[in-house]
Ligand binder design. Structure first.
Ligand code: SAH
Length: 245
């Protein structure tokens, strides 16, 4: 069965947007995943077709109405997880991306304005997801981010060579640095070990660099995963020989 995404939004024209290109775009036209949109405004009930109203208690901006959003959500089949993009949601991680991409798809509600009436989260089994600790103007770009991350993991989307298993976050570490030709650029060379052809040595170097990068840039990742992977004893030995960065 095709992995199916349904986006509930006030701006259906934003989809597939960037996901119509490259890897995700090709997979979409090849039928490896499907995308449909629901216009939230179609579920408004008053003659002005309003989807929002002023915040209870006063303050700036408008709040999206729970009744309209619930009607939009209820119009979508229940066979897939229902997500709401929200800066107050659980952080989007590669683990959550793996979980979602292994399932049947996702229904994603995109907020706008000041936010969403809290009662929606109480009354419907929705999972709030945040793409990071910053505020976007709407959930659409966040939904595109989540979809992009999920779609590239679907079977057949990436080439057989790159299963994604070695990438940043999959091991709890950032990825090792990459290099390509030319060998010398602005006086800088590629680390010698990468030209050695010795796969074990290269693997040990990459492991070591991944740990170093993570310690330096994202010590929180090492803490969260209870310490980085320990290199195998043979890997450690090779590491000592291979200090030729
Ligand atoms: N006033 C709210 C922000 C509303 S932004 C607050 O301070 O928390 C409007 C909409 O953009 C949200 O309803 C949500 O759908 C989306 N959005 C904004 N930032 C986001 C983030 N970091 N992750 C996911 N969605 C986000």
């Amino acid at each position: 069965m095709t992995w199916a995404a349904t986006i509930l939004t006030l701006y259906p024209e934003m989809f597939p947007g960037p996901l119509g290109f490259s890897l995700a775009g090709r997979a979409l036209s090849d039928g490896l995943w499907s995308l449909s949109t629901v216009q939230i405004r179609d579920f408004a009930t008053d003659r002005h077709r309003s989807v929002d109203d002023t915040p209870a208690g006063g303050g700036a901006g408008m709040v999206m109405r729970a009744d309209v959003l619930a009607a939009a959500l209820d119009s979508v089949p229940d066979d897939r997880p229902k997500l709401v993009m929200s800066p107050r949601g659980e952080p989007l991680t590669q683990a959550l991306v793996r979980e979602l991409s292994a399932g049947p798809g996702a229904t994603i509600l995109c907020g706008r304005f000041e936010g969403i009436d809290e009662r929606l989260f109480e009354a419907r089994p929705v999972r709030a997801v945040s793409v990071g600790d910053y505020v976007l103007s709407g959930g659409e770009v966040a939904a595109l981010t989540l979809l992009d991350a999920c779609v590239r993991l679907l079977p057949g989307v990436m080439g057989a060579a790159s299963s994604g298993d070695e990438e940043s976050f999959e091991s709890g570490l950032l990825e090792y640095p990459h290099y390509t030709r030319p060998y010398i650029w602005e006086g800088r060379t590629i680390p010698e070990v990468l030209r050695s052809g010795d796969h074990a040595k290269i693997a040990a170097w990459r492991e070591r660099r991944a740990v170093e990068e993570t310690r330096l840039r994202r010590p929180d990742l090492i803490e969260r995963h209870g310490g980085a992977r320990r290199p195998s004893p043979s890997g450690a030995r090779r590491e000592e020989e291979g200090q030729d960065q």
